[in-house]
Design a protein. Structure first.
Lengths: 114, 110
C-alpha cells in the first residue's frame, strides 16, 4: 500500500484480556519498528525487525509483550493480560533498509485498558 | 543504542518569532539524523533528515537543521514560525536502531 497501515485504530479492552495489534508496512520495506507513545511522553522503543535477522526485543517492557513478523511483512504486537499502564498509542514504522531512508509511521493504535 | 536529548520540553512563542530546538546524541560514529513532527491529532511526519554531505539540511515547511559532528548536535531551526507550526517535534538518531528524544512541544501564539 501507499503507507503503513495499523489496525485497529482504537481498541478498548478490559484489564486482564489479551490484545493483538497489527501493522502492515510498506511493501518491500525490510525494517519494521514498534514504539509506544504515552500521554506526555516521548516514543518508547519496543521492538525492531530487520529482514530475516533475529529481532531486537530489548525494548519490550515485560514478558507480557511479544511481537512477530510473518514472511518479512505483516507484524503483530501481542499484549497478554493487559494492565492499565499499557494504555498508550502503539506506533509502527517501516523503512526500506536497515539505516533507514526516513522511516514512515502509521497512524497508530490507541489502546485503552479499563 | 544512542541516547537522544532534547533540551526544551515546551516552547511558547509568537508568530514570526524564530525557533531553535536543540538535540544532542550520546556518541559518535556513523549516524543518520532525523527530525519528525506530530501535529495535533495526526501521525508522525518526517521534517528532514541528514545522512551525509552538507551539514545544513533543509526540510519541508521552511525548517532546516544543522549537524555539528564535534558537538554531537542536530538542532532544528525556523526563521519565522506560523500558528500552524504548533506541534510536537521529535529528534531521532539511527546508528543500528532508531532512537527518539522525549520531544518538544511548540506552541505558537497568533
Amino acid at each position: 500500500g501507499a503507507g503503513v497501515s495499523q489496525s485497529p485504530s482504537n481498541k478498548v479492552t478490559e484489564k486482564g484480556k489479551d490484545v493483538e495489534l497489527r501493522c502492515d508496512p510498506i511493501s518491500g520495506h525490510t525494517a519494521l519498528y514498534w514504539y509506544r507513545q504515552s500521554l506526555g511522553q516521548g516514543l518508547e522503543f519496543l521492538i525492531y525487525f530487520q529482514g530475516n535477522s533475529a529481532p531486537d526485543k530489548s525494548g519490550l517492557p515485560s514478558d507480557r509483550f511479544s511481537a512477530e513478523r510473518t514472511g518479512g511483512s505483516v507484524s503483530t504486537l501481542t499484549i497478554q493480560r493487559t494492565q492499565q499502564e499499557d494504555s498508550a498509542v502503539y506506533l509502527c514504522a517501516s523503512s526500506p533498509r536497515e539505516r533507514g531512508d526516513g522511516y514512515t509511521f502509521g497512524s497508530g493504535t490507541r489502546l485503552t485498558v479499563v | 543504542a544512542q541516547s537522544v536529548s532534547q533540551h526544551n520540553h515546551h516552547v511558547i512563542l509568537s508568530e514570526a518569532a524564530s525557533l531553535e530546538l536543540g538535540c544532542n546524541y550520546s556518541y559518535g560514529g556513523t549516524v543518520n539524523l532525523f527530525w519528525y513532527v506530530q501535529y495535533p491529532g495526526q501521525h508522525l511526519q518526517l521534517l528532514l533528515k541528514y545522512f551525509s554531505g552538507d551539514p545544513l539540511v533543509k526540510g519541508i515547511k521552511g525548517f532546516e537543521a544543522e549537524f555539528i559532528k564535534s558537538k554531537f548536535s542536530f538542532n532544528l531551526r525556523k526563521p519565522s514560525v506560523q500558528w500552524s507550526d504548533t506541534a510536537e517535534y521529535f529528534c531521532a538518531v539511527n546508528d543500528y536502531k532508531l532512537s527518539f528524544g522525549a520531544g518538544t512541544t511548540v506552541t505558537v501564539r497568533a
